[in-house]
Design a protein around this ligand. Structure first.
Ligand code: HSE
Length: 424
């Protein structure tokens, strides 16, 4: 039986989950995959944590050199996170010819080209299923199951923390701040939640997924990014009355005008398949030219779901001799012939406060009309001599909306409180 030695760098949530799965399923993998996967060593500064997981003391390495020099280690699993030590250790492993499996989306989004160059040079495998959408096998799906298709779009809820927060706000009517505190208390959000709530985490994932889906390098710096920190209960409530639910969406599209990649809160019709993806769950909706629509749903984080993706990569690496790398020129910068669409089209939700006086609505719609913006839905709530107007537009362009909003503000006609996109 084929024997494969694994080293795990970092035994936090993901590394710990990986260790548990490998230990608990060792016999199952021997029976079903004919592969004997042995954890040969771990690198974990907190020895007590490693020992508590059941790692024998002699398997706790003191440094990365012990691991990369160990001939019994074939696969190095990186679960440290961040881009400092993790990058050095991954490169050390690849340069030593070890296959690397990682859950590190930031490392991949920023340095995939360098890692791949090292992997190719040293005939090492490079696997990253766990970097995007945790336990949902979206990367293998794009690489294998959907490889026959030209993918035109990929729309997803790919950050569980923000989905949990927005679901709490929607279902319980609580504020962003309250929902965030609940998410921190439950361990969904980090004490510093910036990466999740400002959309960086989703932008890293979208950069990786779009590069794979569209066969061209999509740097994360090209992703339009807006987080959820400005979302108010009023927006969620007003959107709900119009038949929408708010989600932090990642949208990737390949259009004749170029590649469009964006992460921002967006209203979806309540009947949209992604609208019912609640709590910390994730889902990705892919459109291929032959297959049509495919949707994957599941847990995007957590020790066992993310461990599941890592261990599946380990098994894949252990059972496939041929090495595969990306299907596009993987360089730091995108191909110079590829255009990125920044003035994208969308529906828009505008919430504004106006004076409740005759003719205000006509003047506001005139400003929108001059910007070429057509109104689809409108609702009004009057309170004293002020009114809250909620306008949903037909498809229009980002720049047109921004210009119209600044004109409305400058004219003194309306105080625009919120601008959110609506998926049409
Ligand atoms: N922080 C991520 C999320 C999980 O909330 O979805 C890891 O990517």
């Amino acid at each position: 039986m084929k024997k494969v030695g694994v080293a795990i760098l970092g035994l936090g949530v993901v590394g710990g989950g990986t260790y548990k799965i490998l230990k608990e399923h060792a016999d199952f993998y021997r029976e079903t995959q004919s592969v004997d996967i042995e954890v040969e060593s771990v690198l974990e500064l907190d020895r007590a944590r490693a020992l508590a997981l059941g790692v024998p003391a002699e398997k706790i390495a003191s440094n990365i050199a012990e691991i990369v020099l160990d001939p019994d280690v074939n696969i190095v699993v990186e679960c440290i996170g961040g881009v400092a030590a993790a990058k050095d250790y991954v490169l050390d492993a690849l340069n030593a010819g070890k296959t690397v499996v990682t859950s590190n989306k930031e490392l991949f989004a920023k340095f995939w080209h360098e890692l791949e160059r090292a992997a190719r040079r040293h005939n090492a495998g490079l696997f990253f299923e766990a970097s995007c959408v945790g336990g949902v096998p979206i990367i293998r799906t794009l690489l294998d199951g959907l490889q026959s298709n030209e993918v035109s779009s990929l729309v997803g809820i790919i950050n569980g923390t923000t989905n949990y927060i927005l679901t709490e706000m929607t279902e319980k009517g609580v504020s962003y701040a309250e929902a965030l505190q609940t998410a921190i208390g439950l361990g969904y959000a980090e004490a510093d939640p910036t990466a999740d709530v400002e959309g960086y985490d989703a932008a890293y994932k979208l950069s990786i997924l779009s590069s794979l889906a569209f066969h061209t390098k999509v740097p994360y710096t090209k992703v339009f990014r807006e987080g959820i920190t400005g979302v108010s209960e009023a927006d969620i409530r007003d959107g709900s009355q119009l038949g929408y639910v708010l989600k932090l969406l990642a949208v990737g599209k390949k259009t004749p005008a170029g590649i469009e990649v964006r992460v921002h809160p967006a209203f979806l019709e309540k009947s949209h398949p992604l609208a019912s993806v609640g709590g910390s769950f994730n889902a990705v909706f892919v459109r291929g030219d032959s297959v049509g629509d495919v949707m994957l749903y599941g847990r995007g984080a957590g020790e066992l779901p993310t461990g599941s993706a890592i261990v599946s990569d380990i098994i894949y690496a252990a059972t496939h001799a041929e090495l595969h790398y990306s299907t596009f020129k993987n360089t730091a910068a995108p191909d110079k012939d590829v255009k990125f669409v920044t003035d994208f089209a969308s529906g828009y939700y505008l919430r504004m406060t106006v004076a409740d006086t005759p003719g205000v609505l006509a003047k506001i719609s005139a400003v929108l009309a001059r910007a070429g913006i057509s109104i689809d839905k409108l609702s009004q709530r009057v309170s004293g001599d002020r009114a809250t107007l909620v306008i949903v537009t037909h498809a229009t362009h980002e720049l047109a909306v921004r210009n119209a909003v600044s004109k409305l503000g400058a004219s003194g006609l309306a105080e625009v409180n919120s601008v959110l996109r609506v998926i049409l």
